[in-house]
Design a binder for this molecule. Sequence first.
Ligand SMILES: [Zn+2]
Length: 511
Amino acid sequence: MKKLTSLLCALALLAGVTAPAKAIQPERVPIRIHDEAAAQYGPETTAEVVNVLFNGKPMELDVPAVSQSLDGVDGRTMVPVRPVAEALGATVDWDGEGRQVKIAAGADRVVLTLGQPTAEVNGETVDLPGRVPAVVARYGDAERTLVPLRFVSEQLHAQVDWDNEAYAALVTAVIEPPDPDAPPRGRLTRLAADDNAQTITLYLSSEPQYRVTDLGDRVAIDLLGVVIGSGEDGSLRPENPVVSRVRYAQHGTDIDPRENYVTRVVLDLARGCTYEDNVTVIGDPNLQAVVISVTPPDTGAALPTLPEDWDPNAFTVVLDAGHGGSADGAAYEGVKEKNITLPVTLRAAELLREKGYNVILTRNEDVYMDLYDRCDVANNVGADIFVSIHANASPTNLEFQGTFTYSYPNSARGEALAGHIQAAVVARTGSVDRGLLTNDYVVLRETAMPAALLEMGFMSCHEELELLVRPEYQEKVSQGVANGVESYLSTLPRKEKTAGGGGGFLLPSGA
Ligand SMILES: [Zn+2]
């Protein structure tokens, strides 16, 4: 849009000249409008570009605002919804299934359905001016939702004027201070980091309305109209390769002049990580939550070394001791999860080697390891199965105890592996059988072979924790894991030596 901006600069110069101003010829651009009824793009049309000035400054738009003159209706300026609504302090949510754009600012809600000539404003249906609906438009490679500029701006309490000489719409934000007595619209009830899924979830008591700001080495998520449930600012250190710390604090009009209450959640990013590359923030109205998920940078590490006695005729098992190093996992009564998972895993590895399997460990000492690197270990050696070993915790129910095994949702082979491990561990330890579960855990999702995650028992239950720290009990868990692995592998056809050399090893150093 460089061209438009320079055009406007030229105009600004002309404006000082007293000669009668001449209306400029609007630029015309090729654009394609999505036909909602036909569910496809219509033919390319030519549209007149409308310049949009926001508080006097030209807006940079990757899809230009255009004068909509389709179906013989003209004079409607259609503009990409997000930049304009956000400039006016609103948040924009896109509901792909309902083909709806949801705009929220303070207590105001505007919902536009693509292709429909009406909008919903604070629950009431109103006709759009000229019954011109919101549409999706494609310009070059960019695809944006266009909405009627004047209608949307005015719902957000902005003033819109038309400058015919500049062929420009002038949007002026009118900021209305909030009623000082207006109560908060929601509470931040809980902030939870799921280390196995590598997500951080902000649970609210209301539908999430939030704004994300990229601050370079930090990301700010502003929860609008929200107070902190506990009444106190705080922080959390998740076991996460991208987000090193989460801090939350109560703000208000200092962050948003329209809001008495804003809870600002700041994510401190690990070195080298950015919002754009490594963080995804999604509002989930059903959960009443904002879910932060991460994509860690590829460290390129984790090529395992070849075991000397690697047998191409034997199955390859990767065992993964949960957590490690700076990541303690659960911690109760001075016991850290990482210090239980490691001895159980090392012993299970020994037992499986005795049974003749190739066994590779993601870690064999107390070191931190990224969940994605753990998966790389198994994927790079072409392992036949992957088993991750953990201990559980239930902070809200200290009586709860027993053993679970997880697999990835809808993975039949993963579920079969989990079933064999669960049965063998419970048979050996005599712990409460909590059965099988599925979850979108990183180590279950990113591994290319059947994978299971064992939760040996609950560290939050005093009675069970006393068992979990005892070497005799750990021996039983290790035997259970080894028995379960053996019993699962016995259901598979025997491994045959192949010309390619078995498990598809990636040999280090360019072999
Ligand atoms: Zn764990």
